[in-house]
Design a protein around this ligand. Structure first.
Ligand SMILES: *Cc1c(COP(=O)(O)O)cnc(C)c1O
Length: 221
């Protein structure tokens, strides 16, 4: 067992392999360790191994967990990857370094207000509902241009686009679609790929992969 890789090393090495295959540099990929539902004790080993970028999907859970961890690891970067209610915009802007779920005008206005109030601009990804699914977050393809224009007008820094493809079908075409939308709009950031498909996402241009299960094991297990 002495040569066994930790889950973190394994994910990093898979990302490096996908980068090599796609002739990309590993440095261009940010691995977001999705620590939602996991307690501080589970997160610490990753911090000790040098991981600094983490993702949470609930403002309240992150507020409860991260201030203490951050006091000890001040260079942690926290990404909000879950849906955000407009009435939590102030908290989200105070806590997170990046927000991946900007997907509608009402939230955009709330975030702009929150950023003005806090005197802090938090880079956002616009989430696109690439599979056109009913209950999924994300704007439709046709809403994207207006959201981008409104973000620019409100001085919200847009890091790129984010998607969660339909779970029961090959994700590659959806990743390719998101990459094309980003390129068409002059955006460089692509938040796509989870535990089951992050290598595919990297090969199709992901700059941010959001990996939970492959690093922490099954949630609620
Ligand atoms: C939970 C979650 C992930 C991580 O999913 P895994 O399959 O556990 O890697 C990624 N992105 C979002 C938006 C999530 O909610």
């Amino acid at each position: 067992m002495e040569n066994a890789l930790t889950p973190l090393e394994e994910v990093r090495s898979n990302i490096a392999r996908a980068c090599k295959a796609a002739r990309r540099k590993s440095d261009d990929i940010t691995l977001i360790a999705v620590s939602k539902t996991h307690p501080a004790e589970t997160i610490e080993p990753l911090l000790e191994q040098g991981q600094r970028v983490f993702g949470e999907n609930r403002v309240q859970e992150a507020e409860a967990k991260w201030p203490e961890l951050r006091a000890r690891y001040p260079d942690v970067e926290l990404h909000l990857i879950g849906q955000l209610q407009s009435n939590k915009a102030d908290e989200a802007v105070a806590l997170f370094d990046s927000i991946h779920s900007l997907d509608r005008m009402s939230l955009l206005n709330a975030l702009a207000k929150a950023m003005d109030k806090a005197g802090r601009r938090v880079p956002c990804f616009i989430q696109v509902n690439v599979g056109d699914e009913d209950q999924k977050g994300g704007c439709s393809l046709s809403e994207l241009p207006d959201l981008l224009a409104a973000a620019r007008a409100a001085d919200i820094p847009i890091a790129g686009l984010m998607c969660i493809p339909p779970f029961d079908i090959e994700p590659a075409p959806f990743f390719a679609l998101l990459a094309k939308l980003a390129a068409d709009n002059g955006l460089s950031g692509l938040s796509m790929g989870m535990s089951s498909d992050y290598e595919t996402a990297v090969m199709l241009g992901a700059t941010h992969v959001r990996v939970g299960t492959a690093l922490f094991g099954k949630r609620g297990a």
